[in-house]
Design a protein around this ligand. Structure first.
Ligand code: HEM
Length: 398
C-alpha cells in the first residue's frame, strides 16, 4: 500500500475492512488521513494501547471538542470519556453505582413499547429509509427515557449529539456553524438543567435521581460532573446503537438465510447481535495520545502523537477471531471488543445489547423479510463511528 489510507474516501466508507486487512498485513502502525493520526490495526497492539492508559492518554479529544471559537465551556470535554486514571476511576466508580443492571432492566418494557410503536407504524411493501424510520428513533427514545427528558424534544437529541461530535471538524472560519453549535449546546444544557432541578425537588427511580443520590466516601457528583456525564450519555447512546440497528437490518436484507434462521428460532437473536457487533462495530476506533516515546510493532512514536486504535480491524484479526472476515452466528466465548477494553470499557454495553435485541425481536415479529429498497446506501462521514445514514429497505409481511 503506497498512498496513505483516507478513512473518509467513498470506497473506504463503503467497505473499510479490506483496507484494514491490508494494513494488518503490511503496515500495522501507520499514519492515515485526514489528519495524519496513527492507525493501530492488529489485535495485540490495539489491546496494548487500551491496557496502558499511562502511555496512551484518553485526553486526545479534549482539545478538539473545546476549540477557541466555541467561546463557551463544552461539558463533553470534561466527561470521564476524556480522562485518565486515577481521575477517571473516581468518576467511573460514582456513575457505575447509578448505572446498575436494575436501572437498565427496568427499561426493557419501555424499550419494547417504543419498538412496537415504531414497527407498527412502518409502511410495508414500499421503500423506506430504515435509519430514519426506526434505527435512530429507538435509541433517541431510550436515552430520553433513561434521562427522563421531555419526549417532545426527542427529535432534537440527534441534532445536539451530531453537533457535539462534529465540533472537531468544523473550520475556524465557519462562523455560521459556530453560532448554530453554540446555540444547540446552550439549549441542551438548559434542558438538562431544568430536568435536574425537577429531580432534586422530586427524586424518583430514574438514572438522574440515582446519580443525585450516589456517594463514595461521602462524596457526591458536582453539578459540572453531572452535566458532563449527561452530555457523554447522550452522545454515547445516540452515535452507536443507531448504527448497530442499521448494520443488522442491512445484514438481514442482504443475507436472507440469516433472516430465515432467526425467524425459525428467535432465541438466536442475542447471538446474532453479538456477532453483528464484532463484524460491524459501530465505533471503529478509540482515540488516544502518546504521553512518552513508545514502540509499537517496531515503529517508534514520540510523545504527543494521536493514535487511532482500530477496534473494527482488531475484531476481525485472526489473532482475536479465527476466520474473522466471515459472519458466523455460531461463535461464542470472547469478550466483545466492540465495546472496548480496560478502564473505559463501555458503560452502556448492557443497555445497547438490550435495545438491539428488543428492537430486532419486535422488527422480526412485524415483518418476515427485508429486501433492498430504491437508491443507494449512503454512509456517515465520521472518523470514529461508521454506519449508514440512508438504508433503503422494503419490509414484507410474508
Ligand atoms: C452498540 C452500541 C455501543 C458500542 C459499540 C459502544 C462502544 C464503546 C466503546 C468502544 C467505548 C470505549 C471508548 C474508548 O476506550 O475510548 C465506549 C465507552 C462508553 N460508552 Fe459505549 N458503546 C455503545 C453504546 C453505548 C450506550 C447505549 C451508552 C449509554 C447510554 C454508552 C455509554 C458509554 C460511556 C459512558 C462510555 C465511556 C466509559 C468511560 O470512559 O469509562 N455506550 N463505548
Amino acid at each position: 500500500m503506497q498512498a496513505r489510507l483516507n478513512l473518509l474516501a467513498p470506497e473506504v466508507r463503503a467497505n473499510p475492512f479490506p483496507f484494514y486487512a491490508e494494513l494488518r498485513r503490511r503496515a500495522p502502525v501507520c499514519q492515515i488521513d485526514p489528519g495524519g493520526r496513527w492507525a493501530i490495526t492488529r489485535y495485540e497492539d490495539v489491546m496494548y494501547v487500551l491496557k496502558n492508559p499511562k502511555l496512551f492518554s484518553s485526553g486526545a479529544i479534549r482539545k478538539s471538542t473545546q476549540p477557541a471559537w466555541l467561546g463557551r465551556h463544552n461539558p463533553f470535554s470534561e466527561s470521564m470519556f476524556v480522562m485518565d486514571p486515577p481521575e477517571h476511576g473516581r468518576l467511573r466508580n460514582l456513575v457505575s453505582r447509578a448505572f446498575t443492571p436494575g436501572v437498565i432492566s427496568r427499561l426493557e418494557e419501555r424499550i419494547r413499547a417504543f419498538a412496537r410503536e415504531l414497527v407498527t407504524a412502518l409502511p410495508v411493501e414500499r421503500s423506506v429509509n430504515f435509519v430514519e424510520v426506526f434505527a435512530q428513533l429507538l435509541p433517541a427514545r431510550t436515552i430520553g427515557e433513561l434521562l427522563g427528558l421531555d419526549a417532545s424534544l426527542h427529535s432534537r437529541f440527534k441534532d445536539w449529539s451530531d453537533d457535539i461530535v462534529s465540533i472537531g471538524s468544523i473550520s475556524p472560519e465557519d462562523t455560521a456553524r459556530h453560532a448554530e453549535v453554540r446555540a444547540n449546546i446552550a439549549e441542551m444544557e438548559q434542558h438538562l438543567e431544568s430536568v435536574l432541578a425537577q429531580r432534586r425537588a422530586n427524586p424518583g427511580q430514574d438514572l438522574m435521581s440515582e446519580l443525585l443520590r450516589v456517594r463514595v466516601d461521602g462524596e457526591a457528583l458536582t453539578h459540572r460532573e453531572l452535566m458532563a456525564f449527561f452530555f457523554m450519555l447522550l452522545v454515547g447512546g445516540l452515535e452507536t446503537t443507531v448504527h448497530v440497528l442499521g448494520h443488522s437490518a442491512r445484514m438481514l436484507m442482504e443475507r436472507p438465510e440469516h433472516m430465515e434462521r432467526l425467524q425459525a428460532d428467535r432465541s438466536l437473536i442475542p447471538r446474532f447481535v453479538e456477532e453483528m457487533l464484532r463484524y460491524e462495530p459501530p465505533l471503529h476506533g478509540a482515540v488516544r495520545l502518546t504521553t512518552a516515546e513508545v514502540e509499537l510493532a517496531g515503529v517508534r512514536l514520540p510523545p504527543g502523537e494521536v493514535i487511532f486504535a482500530v477496534l473494527a480491524s482488531a475484531c476481525r484479526d485472526e489473532a482475536y477471531c479465527p476466520d474473522g472476515e466471515r459472519f458466523d452466528m455460531n461463535r461464542s466465548g470472547q469478550q466483545n471488543l466492540a465495546f472496548g477494553h480496560g478502564a473505559h470499557f463501555c458503560l452502556g454495553a448492557a443497555l445497547a445489547r438490550l435495545q438491539v435485541r428488543v428492537g430486532l425481536e419486535e422488527l422480526l415479529a412485524h415483518c418476515r423479510r427485508l429486501t433492498p429498497g430504491e437508491g443507494p446506501i449512503e454512509w456517515n462521514a465520521s472518523m470514529i463511528a461508521r454506519g449508514p445514514t440512508r438504508l433503503p429497505v422494503v419490509l414484507h409481511r410474508t
